[in-house]
Design a protein around this ligand. Structure first.
Ligand code: SF4
Ligand code: SF4
Length: 192
């Protein structure tokens, strides 16, 4: 069997091409991303250094170069992708981009636009919900309580867990910035 035939036998090794229709281009979307502090991304020459450097690229489907390309082309569907949320905002792509483009900022801007449009990953909504309900992204559980006791610490940390009145301030702040209604109330899972 030739090398080509062997590759055809393995679908995972085949290149995947996606047809992009002209109706999918939204120049306004490209302008909004650019005018939100990431205007230089139009200078991206698609070298791929960001994708090659991205630590999350090794463990997830994120392809940074592709996200930037989609933004520059005005492909708004990038807002509905899970990959947008795989970025940890570590800044490696920004550090290494030969064009010194604000790649991380562009991703953050797109996330804000995604949330505004209701594309909110269920896990994000859940975490924000925890912060609202408990004052912690990871609320204390029985296991942690026991571990704290074993270490000679108070059962509850000196946070909103010990001071419920502080939780009221957290909730007030979240309501004042609309994060509660934007993320928690609208964050009903809209995809898988
Ligand atoms: S490293 Fe910079 S120039 Fe290269 S693809 Fe990424 S954003 Fe574009
Ligand atoms: S900031 Fe995000 S996209 Fe850039 S290298 Fe880090 S994880 Fe990857």
């Amino acid at each position: 069997m030739s090398e080509l035939e062997q590759m055809e036998e393995k679908p995972t090794q085949r290149a995947v091409f996606e047809v992009i229709r002209s109706s999918e281009f939204d120049p306004e979307f490209a302008k909004v991303v650019a005018s939100s502090g990431a205007d230089e991304i139009v200078q991206c020459f698609q070298c791929g250094t960001c994708t090659g450097s991205c630590p999350m690229g090794r463990v997830s489907a994120i392809r940074t170069r592709q996200i930037i390309r989609m933004a520059v082309l005005g492909l708004k569907k990038v807002l509905a992708t899970d990959e947008l949320w795989h970025c940890t905002t570590c800044g490696t792509c920004y550090d290494r981009c030969p064009r010194d483009l604000k790649v991380t900022e562009a991703i953050v801007v797109m996330r804000m636009l995604a949330v505004r449009e209701g594309h909110i990953p269920p896990n994000l909504a859940r975490i924000v919900g925890y912060v609202y309900q408990y004052g912690h992204a990871v609320p204390i559980n029985e296991e942690i309580r026991n571990l704290r006791k074993k270490l000679g610490l108070s059962e509850l940390p000196p946070t909103t867990h010990s001071y419920p009145q502080a939780l009221e301030s957290v909730q007030k702040a979240m309501k004042a910035t609309s994060i509660y209604e934007t993320v928690v109330e609208r964050g009903k899972p809209d995809r898988g």
